[in-house]
Design a protein around this ligand. Structure first.
Ligand code: FNR
Length: 381
C-alpha cells in the first residue's frame, strides 16, 4: 500500500502488522498481563485506548474559524503543534534505519522527538541526524551506577538534548507477557544496545549481553531506588536544562514533582507496559484538574498513552495538558514506510488537530478550555 493512501494513524499499525517479525510485533504491541484463555487482559493497555471515548466535546459555533493556530510552547520552546514523539526503544526491530527515520520525519514537521535511552541506534547517531535547529529531548533511564549515569547524562547534553525526561515508572520491568514468550526463544539474541552499554563502560555488560528483549533495559540499568531527591542530583549535572518526570499516575506525585523542582511531568502508564490495572492517564489528568487545578499553572503536564487521533490531542489540551506524546503509531509508521511514514503520520495528526480545533470553535491552543469537554463518568470528577 502506498503511503499516500494512508488516512489515519491506525492504518500504519495495520500495514506494519503485515510486515513485522513476530518478535518485533510482540515487543511493540505488548502490554502487561496477557492470556488467550482470558481475553479481558492487558487492562491498562486497552483502557487507555478506550479512555479517550469517555470524553465528549461541547463544540462552539459561529466563531470565525478560517484561521487556526496550533502553535504552543514546550518548556519555553516554541512548537508548531501540541504533540511530540514519545521515547520508545528498538525502532530498528521494525526498520533498519529505526530511530534515524524518526529523527528525519520529525525534522520535516519541527516536531520534538524524545530520544529513548533504550534506542537501537546510539545517541551519537540519533543526535547526529538532527538538523541544527531541530529540537530533541532525551529520555533518561537512570542507571544504578551513578558514575555511568552521570556520563550518559552529560553526553546527551553535549550532543544537544534540550530537556531530560526521567522515566520514573520502571523500578522493575513490567510483566509483558506477549513479549516474554519470544524472549524465551531469543536467549542468544545479542541486543543492539548491549554494545552501546559496553562502549559506555557499563561494568556489568557481560550480565546483559545475552538477555532477551524483555530483560532489556534491565534493573541494573535502571535504578530501582530512584527517588525525588534525584531530581536535584540531575539538576546539578544538567544546569539550565528542563527536567520532566515521565510515568506519573496520580495527583499526589504531580504535587511532589512540582515541590522537588521538576519542570514537567508526563502522565503515563508507559503504554500499558508497567503496572497493569493502573488508570488511563487521561483519568489522572481529570483528577489533577479536580483536586488541584492550580498545579497545571505551576508545572507543565504532558500525557501519553493510546493517542491515535487529533481529537484525542485536543481533548487532553482542553483538560489542561500542555502536550501529548505518541509512542506506537510512530514505531509502526517508521516500520512500514521509514522516514516518509513518520512524516506522513505527523502530517495526518497535525491536520486532524487543526480540524478538531476548527470544528470545536477554538482558534488557538489557548482557546481550548475545560468547558469544551464533558467527561462521561461523573464520579471521575
Ligand atoms: C515504550 N515506552 C518507553 N518509555 C520510555 O520512557 N523509555 C523507553 O525506552 C520506552 N520504550 C518503549 C518501547 C515501546 C515498544 C513502547 C510501545 C513504549 C513508553 C512510551 O514512551 C509511551 O509512554 C507509550 O508508548 C505511549 O503509549 P502509546 O502511544 O504507545 O499508546
Amino acid at each position: 500500500r502506498n503511503v499516500d493512501t494512508i488516512v489515519c494513524l491506525d492504518e500504519f499499525e495495520e500495514v506494519a502488522q503485515s510486515i513485522l517479525s513476530q518478535m518485533a510485533a510482540s515487543y511493540y504491541g505488548t502490554g502487561c498481563r496477557f492470556s488467550l484463555a482470558f481475553p479481558e487482559t492487558e487492562q491498562t493497555l486497552r483502557d487507555e485506548r478506550e479512555s479517550w471515548q469517555r470524553i465528549r466535546f461541547r463544540p462552539r459555533v459561529m466563531r470565525k474559524m478560517r484561521h487556526i493556530d496550533s502553535r504552543t510552547t514546550f518548556l519555553g520552546m516554541p512548537q508548531p503543534v501540541p504533540f511530540f514523539i514519545a521515547p520508545a526503544g528498538l525502532a530498528r526491530l521494525g526498520h533498519p534505519d529505526g530511530e534515524l527515520n524518526i529523527a528525519r520525519g520529525a525534522a520535516a514537521h519541527d516536531v520534538v522527538q524524545v530520544v529513548s535511552s533504550g534506542a537501537s541506534a546510539s545517541v551519537d547517531e540519533i543526535f547526529g541526524a538532527k538538523s541544527p535547529e531541530q529540537i530533541m529531548f532525551w529520555q533518561f533511564y537512570v542507571p544504578s551506577d551513578r558514575v555511568l549515569a552521570e556520563k550518559k547524562l552529560r553526553h546527551a547534553i553535549e550532543l544537544g538534548a534540550m530537556a531530560i525526561f526521567v522515566t520514573a515508572d520502571v523500578p522493575v520491568l513490567g510483566k509483558r507477557e506477549r513479549d516474554l514468550k519470544l524472549k524465551a526463544r531469543s536467549q542468544n539474541y545479542e541486543h543492539p544496545i548491549a554494545a552501546q552499554w559496553k562502549a559506555a563502560g557499563a561494568s556489568d555488560w557481560n550480565a546483559v549481553k545475552n538477555r532477551g528483549i524483555s530483560d532489556i533495559p534491565d534493573t541494573a540499568h535502571i535504578d530501582a531506588n530512584l527517588c525525588w531527591d534525584d531530581i536535584a542530583w540531575i539538576r546539578q549535572r544538567a544546569p539550565g536544562i528542563p527536567i520532566v518526570v515521565k510515568g506519573v499516575g496520580c495527583v499526589e506525585d504531580v504535587e511532589l514533582a512540582a515541590q522537588y523542582g521538576a519542570d514537567g511531568v508526563v502522565l503515563s502508564t508507559h503504554g500499558g507496559r508497567q503496572l497493569d490495572g493502573a488508570r488511563a492517564p487521561i483519568d489522572v489528568l481529570v483528577e489533577v484538574r479536580r483536586r488541584n487545578p492550580a498545579l497545571l499553572k505551576q508545572i507543565e503536564v504532558y500525557i501519553d498513552g493510546g493517542v491515535r487521533r487529533g481529537t484525542d490531542v485536543v481533548k487532553a489540551l482542553c483538560l489542561g495538558a500542555r502536550g501529548v506524546g505518541l509512542g506506537r503509531p510512530i514505531l509502526y509508521a517508521q516500520s512500514a514506510y521509514g522516514a516518509a511514514g513518520v512524516s506522513k503520520a505527523l502530517q495526518i495528526l497535525e491536520e486532524e488537530v487543526q480540524m478538531a480545533m476548527r470544528l470545536l470553535g477554538a482558534n488557538t491552543v489557548a482557546d481550548l478550555r475545560p468547558e469544551m469537554v464533558e467527561v462521561s463518568s461523573p464520579e471521575r470528577w
